[in-house]
Design a protein around this ligand. Structure first.
Ligand code: ADP
Ligand code: TYD
Length: 228
């Protein structure tokens, strides 16, 4: 009896979750893995299909995002817990002001970094990634799809820095190796791992193919859509 009731509640919950308006797509990966490039390409293609798209990013351009960037330039490093708190504040603000309103308006939100970055980056500084995940999932809407782009830190850094000091890059590479290791271990419903060393066009095609399947499932697109 209890089992049947629980199954019913679970089913109802799943239904309610899938009824949430909007569609949240998250792009994740280390610096230089191609997230912003893919966000741009995706937004362009989805808009061409006549779909309503909003592109957001974290850290944001808002108050907390500005504080995060200013702190990153200072000599004295924040401790991991302080860092975690700043990213959480920035995210709480973004969720409340931008993400939830856009989803409620039925938008497809493309989000360049979300709490998987916190799991990987602050996780690499010693905080338990699962603890970080729980803290975030207490307030942050669950994504409908997460694409994690994988690239070796050396390649990622080579893409973004042409002439940075070798020793800074060495330290950064060591840290990013840990970050990348955590990214590779993140598993879950609708989390997809992609190799980012492929061409931009190929990665975009892989993401788009999966998204179209998921958008149809959520009735964002007609099954026989000819706009694709
Ligand atoms: P991220 O947002 O993950 O830091 P970007 O999208 O800004 O990464 O890409 C970093 C750099 O790498 C940019 O100069 C971009 O043009 C280039 N880039 C992006 N995707 C690819 C790819 N698949 N192959 C080669 N270079 C790429
Ligand atoms: P990035 O996406 O590179 O933003 P921008 O290009 O505007 O500086 O993010 C800045 C850094 O913040 C990047 O190295 C990853 C890091 N980060 C975290 O450490 N934790 C987080 O939760 C997020 C969202 C980002």
């Amino acid at each position: 009896m209890v089992i049947i009731a629980k199954k019913k509640i679970d089913g109802l919950w799943k239904e309610l979750m899938s009824e949430r308006p909007g569609f949240l797509v998250v792009l994740e990966g280390i610096d230089g893995s191609g997230k912003s490039t893919q966000a741009r390409l995706l937004a362009r293609k989805l808009r061409k299909m006549g779909l309503p798209v909003t592109v957001l990013r974290e850290p944001t351009r808002g108050k907390w995002g500005r504080i995060i960037r200013a702190r990153a330039l200072q000599e004295t490093a924040l401790n991991p817990q302080e860092e975690l708190e700043l990213f959480l504040r920035d995210r709480q603000d973004n969720v409340r002001r931008h993400l939830v309103p856009a989803l409620n308006q039925g938008k497809i939100v493309i989000l360049d970094r979300y709490y998987f970055s916190t799991m990987a980056y602050q996780g690499a500084r010693g905080i338990d990634p699962e603890y970080i995940r729980r803290q975030n999932e207490a307030f942050a809407p669950r994504p409908d799809a997460v694409f994690i782009l994988h690239l070796s830190p050396a390649e990622g850094l080579a893409r973004i820095h042409q002439r940075k000091k070798k020793d800074i890059l060495f330290e950064q590479e060591k840290y990013l190796k840990k970050v990348e290791q955590i990214f590779r271990k993140i598993r879950g419903r609708r989390i997809y791992h992609l190799e980012a060393s492929q061409s931009r066009e190929r990665i975009n095609e892989l993401i788009l193919r999966r998204l179209i399947f998921l958008l149809k499932k959520k009735n964002f697109l007609q099954l026989d859509s000819s706009r694709i």
